[in-house]
Design a protein. Structure first.
Length: 150
């Protein structure tokens, strides 16, 4: 399972011209679910993400977590994170989990973030054509792969 975490001042998702979710200071997380991913992969990411210290303290050092600053999180499913670009010019998405399995793990990930104490967790709509708007803060962007976490 792959997550791209962007520290944001604000972020939102619009579908068919209607804003369906929005958050203020916190994270925009793009989440890709690969074949073979399980709830254990989601658990590893949830254990790490809310306490990842990438917000600045009073000394302008990245010492504060999303929980420390009462940050909000917007989670957007993005199967293209699982793209294989090793051959040719057209990405292959065969590593992506099947939609039903991916959606179940995406929803599980979101629910576990809420249980982890995140102030507000919003989502896009799984499988929809979404327009994502954000103001990246820093910019700070972190890429996590559950397979690299203990």
């Amino acid at each position: 399972m792959k997550a791209v975490i962007q520290r944001v001042k604000h972020a939102s998702v619009t579908i068919d011209g209607i804003q369906v979710s929005a958050v203020n200071m916190g994270y925009l997380i793009l989440l890709g679910v690969e074949q073979g991913d399980t709830k254990a992969d989601a658990d590893k990411l949830v254990k790490k993400i809310p306490v990842l210290r990438i917000f600045e303290d009073e000394n302008e050092k990245m010492n504060l977590s999303c929980l420390d600053v009462d940050g909000e999180i917007l989670v957007v499913s993005q199967f293209t994170l699982c793209a294989d670009c090793s051959h040719g010019r057209r990405p292959s998405f065969t590593k992506s989990a099947p939609p039903g399995e991916a959606e179940m793990l995406y929803e599980y990930f979101v629910e576990e973030l809420k249980k982890a104490g995140v102030k507000k967790v919003e989502t896009g709509r799984f499988g929809a054509d979404m327009k994502v708007d954000l103001l990246n803060d820093g910019p700070v962007t972190i890429i996590l792969d559950s397979k690299d976490l203990k």
